[in-house]
Structure formats: structure tokens, C-alpha cells
Design a protein around this ligand. Structure first.
Ligand SMILES: NC(=O)c1ccc[n+]([C@@H]2O[C@H](COP(=O)([O-])OP(=O)(O)OC[C@H]3O[C@@H](n4cnc5c(N)ncnc54)[C@H](O)[C@@H]3O)[C@@H](O)[C@H]2O)c1
Length: 445
């Protein structure tokens, strides 16, 4: 089948590569001309495991192409996937300008039946606005082509996006008509072989399902972070509590890790947008407000531990930071806890020596050259001349480091661990002072 995908970011590029991988002819449209040029030359603008090989292989096979020309995109695909960004507006609501710009352009250029598939995360009611926008553009040129609008939210996780797309836990298809539902079922058939994972529902419910999923996951994280703060103050160990509650099948072990707060391009903006949607219909959502409030507080916790140890004035101090990306296996630093921490450290005069396996370029892009940020080539290099180590992202390579080397390199044998990667007793034996999240037991003696 012929598929057009607008937006060559994390979602659009993964969707395009995976749909091409199973034999479809995919054209990716992005208004960022420089990005499109790079993709044409085989340069992948983001880091996502397995993506580069898949893009190159399918481009070479002639099943995946890139353009900045929307008219070409509209002409190409029966399916017109919208996977552009929906960043937060000033008031927290989702900014739909990019989604609606695509809808308008489809209306302006279409000459045959199209299925417009909303893959971006968009508030309830957006499919109606997409339909209106495309209809208005069609009417403006006196055209009457038929089209359908489907909500097909994306649930992939950065870091494991290809696995999630190829073997989805569910495929949500929100549409009020059978024709487009059946065509989407056919498009997704290669990813739906083991058992039927396609859930067909009405459009508004599909739109809400995406926000509900992210809000639930964010709630689990904030709940555990709140309990971690309590455990710390009560002399309990949240890691033991985590294992204790996770054993209940009604709770489960997934997504109950305490940490340095959630970040990324989705949870923060989606929780805010859902809250904003609720306010728009006169309904209060105290759980969502608390989830956000707890997360904002949690993103300060590492800094608070550092200033509790060193005092308020950090001028002349240097901190080794392991991890910049908001989570492992991505280079994405949107809303990353590392940003909150670095900015707080800089505001108090400290310097940062950071290492991240993939996000250094992104950090350079965000912060530019500044004297208080040194981007290092290895975890060990980040330790050189530093006062203490702060672990912010749980990349695998940080899980079992050479503690002796850490102790001997740092000025103070001190680790602030925002991900609870290490055994407090073992670190004490190693002569390292260890501050973790919610591990009151570590500081009980
Ligand atoms: N990143 C994730 O893990 C994830 C997961 C599920 C859902 N989502 C949702 O998917 C959507 C896209 O997210 P992303 O992380 O891929 O965004 P992104 O910022 O990585 O990419 C968006 C791309 O869209 C392009 N774009 C903007 N306007 C355009 C237009 N009119 N025509 C063509 N291209 C245009 C931009 O240049 C950019 O390359 C968002 O709504 C997001 O909430 C993201």
C-alpha cells in the first residue's frame, strides 16, 4: 500500500520505517528541509536502536523516501498519517497548529479518496477539527473528494520504539466508519498476526485512550516518588517496599521505580494537556494536578540532596553527571531531569562534567558552548577532577561501574544516585557515601 507520513521525528520515522519494512511504499514528509535532506543522504537525525539500519535498508530497496513537498505527499498515499509534534501551548493545552496545517494541506492538494490517520497525541475532538479543516480547504477550491479521519494514537516507547511498533501490545483504531477501519486493519495485519490486538472504538474514546495511558503511567511514577520521600523520612527502604507491593498481581512490578522524576516529550505535556482539557469542560482532575506537582518536586530532589550535603554555595564545585537523556537508549533530552539538575547546579555556581552515550550532541544543541558544561567521552573522563558523582539516567553501562576507581578519582567519595542502581551496603563497604532515592535505610546508621 502507499502510505504518506507527515513528521519525521521519533514517531513518524519509526512508523515509516516499520511500514516500509513489511513491504509498503512510504513517503515521509517533513517541513524541516534540512532534516529531509539529511534523511535523503542516509543520515538519521535521532538515535533510536535499530532505526538507522531499517531506514537505510528500506530507502535502498525503494520503499522509503523523503520529501519536504506536501503536495507530493498528498498525491502519494491512500493513508495520510499525521505524526507531527503537538507541543504544549503556553496554557498547557496541546498546540495543534502543526496537525491542522497538515490537514489543510491535505485538503488543498487531494484529488482522490484519502484516509487521514491521526497518530500524533491530540486532545479529544481533534479529529473533528482535522475533518473541518480539510473540508474547508477542499471547499475553497470547489473540490468534493471524499475522505475519512481516523484516530490511531501511537504507544511506542523511545529506546524500544521498533520493537513496540513491530510487536504492539495493542493497536487502537478510532473511527466511526467500517471502510477506513477495514483498510487500517489490512495495513496493520503484518503486525497483528500472533493474535488480534486491534481494538476498534469510536474516535473520541481513541483520542482519550492515549492520554489515559500516559496519565496512568505518570501516576504510577509520581506515586512511587511520593512514597520514596516518605520512606526516606521514616527510615524505610523504598526498594524493599517496591518489591513488596509489586508482588501483588493487581499492582505488578512495571513502572513503579522511584527516581529523579519523569521527563521526555510525552508524560509532562500529556498530563498537562489532559488537565487542560478537563478544565475546558468544567471538570476538576485533582489526581492529575498532584501527579504533576509531585513530579516537579521530584526533579529537584537530586539538587536538594547535593545542596544539603555541600551547602547552598556550590561555586568552585564540579560534579560528574552520568546520563543526560530523559531515559536510557535515547538521545532525547526533552524535559529531562538532567536539565533541571544542571540548571540548578549552574545557578549556584557549580560546574558539570557530563557523560551520556548518545545525548551529548543534543546537550550541545540545547546549551551551546558554556564554560560550566564539559561533555566527556567516557564515564571515567567525567569523574576526573570532580567533587562527586551524580547518576541521572540508568544506562546499562552505569549499573556495575568500577567503584574503586570512582572512589580514587573523585575528590570526595560520594555518589548521588537518582536511579537507585547500587547496593547501599556494598557502597558503604567500599568507603563511598551514597545518597539514593527513598532509601532511608542507607542513612539510618
Ligand atoms: N516521542 C514519543 O515517544 C511519542 C510516543 C507516542 C506518541 N507521540 C506523539 O507523536 C507526536 C510526534 O512526536 P515526536 O516525538 O515524533 O515529535 P518530533 O518533534 O520528534 O517530530 C515532529 C516532526 O514533525 C515535523 N513537522 C512539523 N510540522 C510539520 C508539517 N506541517 N508537515 C510535516 N512535518 C511537520 C517537525 O519538523 C518534526 O520533524 C506527538 O504528538 C507526540 O506526543 C510521541
Amino acid at each position: 500500500m502507499n502510505v504518506t507520513i507527515y513528521g519525521s521525528g521519533y514517531v513518524g520515522l519509526v512508523t515509516g520505517a516499520c511500514l516500509a519494512q513489511v513491504g509498503n511504499h512510504v513517503l515521509c514528509v517533513d517541513i524541516d528541509q534540512a532534516k529531509t535532506e539529511r534523511l535523503r543522504r542516509g543520515q538519521i537525525p535521532i538515535f533510536e536502536p535499530g532505526l538507522e539500519d531499517m531506514v537505510l535498508e528500506n530507502a535502498k530497496a525503494g520503499r522509503l523516501a523523503f520529501t519536504a513537498d506536501p503536495a507530493e505527499g498528498v498525491e502519494h498515499g491512500l493513508f495520510q498519517f499525521i505524526a507531527v509534534g503537538t507541543p504544549p501551548d503556553e496554557d498547557g493545552s496541546a498546540d495543534l497548529q502543526h496537525v491542522l496545517a497538515v490537514a489543510r494541506s491535505i485538503g488543498e492538494h487531494m484529488h482522490s479518496y484519502k484516509i487521514i490517520v491521526d497518530k500524533s497525541t491530540v486532545p479529544v475532538g481533534t479529529a473533528d477539527r482535522v475533518r473541518e479543516t480539510a473540508s474547508t480547504a477542499l471547499a475553497a477550491r470547489g473540490a468534493t473528494e471524499d475522505f475519512d479521519v481516523v484516530s490511531n494514537p501511537e504507544f511506542l516507547k523511545e529506546g524500544d520504539a521498533i520493537g513496540d511498533f513491530m510487536r504492539p501490545a495493542r493497536i487502537i483504531v478510532g473511527t466511526d466508519n467500517e471502510r477506513s477501519a477495514e483498510l487500517l486493519r489490512a495495513l496493520y495485519a503484518p503486525f497483528n498476526r500472533n493474535h488480534d490486538r486491534l481494538i476498534h472504538m469510536d474516535v473520541r474514546s481513541a483520542e482519550l485512550t492515549k492520554y489515559a495511558a500516559n496519565a496512568m503511567l505518570a501516576t504510577k511514577i509520581s506515586f512511587m516518588n511520593e512514597l520514596a520521600g516518605l520512606a526516606e523520612r521514616l527510615g524505610a527502604d523504598i526498594e524493599q517496599v517496591r518489591v513488596g507491593i509489586g508482588s501483588d498481581p493487581r499492582i505488578g512490578y512495571h513502572f513503579i521505580y522511584p527516581g529523579a522524576g519523569y521527563g521526555g516529550s510525552c508524560f509532562p505535556k500529556d498530563v498537562k494537556a489532559l488537565e487542560r482539557t478537563a478544565r475546558g469542560v468544567g471538570y476538576s482532575t485533582p489526581v492529575l494536578s498532584a501527579v504533576e506537582e509531585v513530579n516537579a518536586r521530584q526533579k529537584q530532589v537530586l539538587f536538594e540532596k547535593i545542596s544539603a550535603h555541600y551547602g547552598d554555595d556550590l561555586s568552585g564545585r564540579r560534579f560528574a553527571l552520568w546520563g543526560l537523556a530523559f531515559k536510557p537508549n535515547t538521545d532525547d533530552m526533552r524535559e529531562a531531569p538532567a536539565r533541571t539538575l544542571m540548571e540548578a547546579l549552574w545557578a549556584k555556581g557549580a560546574q558539570v562534567q557530563a557523560f551520556d552515550p548518545e545525548a551529548a550532541d543534543e546537550a550541545r544543541r540545547i546549551y551551546g558552548d558554556r564554560p560550566d558544561l564539559v561533555l566527556c567521552d567516557s564515564p571515567e573522563a567525567a569523574l576526573e577532577g570532580a567533587d562527586a558523582l551524580v547518576v541521572v539516567t540508568e544506562w546499562n553501562q552505569f549499573r556495575s561501574p568500577d567503584f574503586e576507581r570512582i572512589r580514587n578519582t573523585l575528590k570526595d567519595p560520594l555518589i548521588f544516585d537518582g536511579r537507585n542502581l547500587y547496593d547501599p551496603d556494598f557502597l558503604t563497604q567500599q568507603g563511598i557515601t551514597y545518597y539514593a532515592i527513598g532509601r532511608g535505610i542507607a542513612s539510618r546508621d
